[in-house]
Design a binder for this molecule. Structure first.
Ligand code: UDP
Length: 486
């Protein structure tokens, strides 16, 4: 009887990650962290996400439990994570990349109805323990309405830096000052966002830089951020000490918790959309310390063939540089199988390894890896700092421009790949050389930043304390004060 009462009292959250690789990975880790703190989690993946993971696992020769990515963790640690897959409104065969606008319309209109119905059914099924929380990725348009309808506490999970969040959060100020959504946007520095000393327009998330922000993607992003404003709590995959003034200012308007870095430190839960190309580990093992440049543009962005070729020529010009390049098969966004210059792989044989997908955290943590040419996705930035690998920055989309500012201008742990918008092989080659041969200053700064991350995760560190505080505060939201232990 006592055990039944205890089970009934457990906090239960529904978690919904955006169906993209860079959002799923931190969401999975967050689910594990909450479960290890006694939460019951109902974790929702879309069916297409689940089928990508299952296919990737079967291609690497694993024989996974087809139904549940968390089954090992449940068996190993007794975590109460209940895994659910839902349709995103499209059949599995629908090509979401090629029909991007239709897919975004589906996420705007169909997916909210599907999630709402699922939550309604779950709540009316007398689920035990009862659900109190909805933890949804901030890039959804529906969570606040759905949470209100079902009387759930709405927690918005922001998987980018606080600086990007605050720029969206203050979109009305950008509009008012003519930096966004005017006929002729101002181009001077922005110095009126609370907690942000000054930020150049080129460092805004790309959707806030666009002069014609009316696409379905813009509508989607802006509607999501409007929704996130309504959240009861925001949790952010960052560290207070890295963005203290931005976070302090945000906390004046919202309960905002910096609980990062949340990233994959082992491969406890299989969540990759692509199979890992085998052989990276042994290849790195055979190379001297800090000698390899790792190159990856993440899981999402498309890079034009011309740009790939300029980077390849930069590598050819650095004839002694070892490199490991992860190039997704869909990197250019079309069915292009040959994106590298003719004869490239023969020419670099012995010093270069080209793979489709790797375990990035393992590559970055290898002692042979000495530099990272990155698109500056936020997970990549955090992982690179954690592994103390200086970055050569090539932002392409969304928050990557803002992340570049943090990496290069604020923390000084990376440098730009190109001075301007053009990508030219001479400049690329020169900067690769500088990063690999002349980055002592960056490495020193990196040590400090790594310490910041490590300290934040120590038992008395800011992120651990914020996480404790967050769990305390959300419990307070649903229970009478007297029943909360401090
Ligand atoms: N990643 C990986 N192998 C690769 C490329 C990427 O494991 O070959 C992982 C990487 O470690 C990171 C995520 O995919 O956790 C990409 O997220 P990020 O925010 O860096 O970029 P996005 O893909 O969202 O643009």
């Amino acid at each position: 009887m006592a055990a039944a009462a205890e089970q009934h009292m457990k906090p239960h959250a529904i978690m919904v990650p955006v169906p993209l690789q860079g959002h799923l990975i931190p969401s999975v880790e967050l689910a594990l962290k909450l479960a290890s703190n006694g939460f019951t989690i109902t974790f929702i993946n879309t069916q297409i996400t689940h089928s990508k993971i299952t296919l990737a696992r079967s291609l690497t020769g694993e024989s996974p439990d087809d139904e549940d990515i968390f089954s090992d963790q449940r068996n190993l640690h007794g975590f109460d994570i209940r895994y659910v897959t839902l349709s995103d409104g499209f059949p599995l065969s629908f090509d979401r990349s090629r029909n991007h606008n239709e897919f975004m319309e589906g996420l705007l209109l169909a997916f909210p109805v599907i999630v709402d119905e699922f939550i309604g059914n779950l709540l009316s099924s007398d689920v035990n323990p009862p659900v109190s929380y909805l933890i949804a990725d901030s890039f959804f348009v529906w969570p606040s309405a759905v949470a209100k309808k079902h009387c759930l506490v709405h927690i918005s999970f922001w998987t980018e830096p606080a600086l990007a969040f605050t720029m969206y959060y203050h979109i009305h100020l950008l509009r008012r000052h003519g930096h966004f959504d005017s006929q002729d946007n101002r181009r001077d520095a922005i110095n009126y966002i609370p907690g942000v000393e000054a930020i150049e327009c080129r460092d805004l998330p790309s959707y806030l830089q666009d002069s014609e922000p009316w696409s379905v993607m813009h509508r989607y992003i802006f509607k999501s951020l409007e929704d996130a404003r309504e959240a009861d709590f925001v949790i952010c995959n960052t560290v207070f000490e890295l963005e203290s003034s931005t976070i302090t200012a945000l906390q004046e308007t919202k309960p905002f918790y910096a609980i990062g870095p949340i990233f994959r430190r082992g491969s406890a839960v299989a969540a990759d959309f692509w199979p890992e190309t085998p052989g990276c580990g042994p290849w790195l093992d055979a190379r001297p310390e800090n000698s390899v440049l790792y190159i990856s543009f993440g899981s999402l962005v498309n890079v034009g063939k011309e740009v790939i070729q300029e980077i390849a020529h930069g590598l050819l010009q650095n004839s002694k540089l070892s490199f490991l390049w992860a190039i997704r098969r869909d990197i250019t966004g079309c069915e292009e199988t040959k994106v590298l210059p003719v004869g490239f792989e023969d020419e670099v044989r012995g010093r270069g390894l080209v793979v489709a997908w790797c375990s990035q955290i393992e590559v970055l943590s290898h002692s042979a890896t000495g530099g990272f040419l990155t698109h500056c996705g936020w997970n990549s930035v955090l992982e690179s700092v954690w592994c103390e690998v200086p970055m050569l920055c090539f932002p392409l989309l969304t928050d990557q421009f803002t992340n570049r500012k943090l990496v290069v201008d604020d923390w000084k742990v990376g440098m730009n790949m190109c001075g301007g918008k053009e990508v030219g092989r001479e400049e690329v080659a020169e900067n690769m050389k500088r990063l690999m041969n002349d980055a002592e200053g960056l490495r020193e700064n990196m040590k400090e930043r790594k310490k910041t991350l490590q300290n934040a995760l120590s038992p008395d560190g800011s992120s651990e304390k914020n996480f404790e505080q967050f769990m305390h505060d959300i419990k307070l939201k649903i229970q009478p004060k007297s029943s909360i232990s401090t």
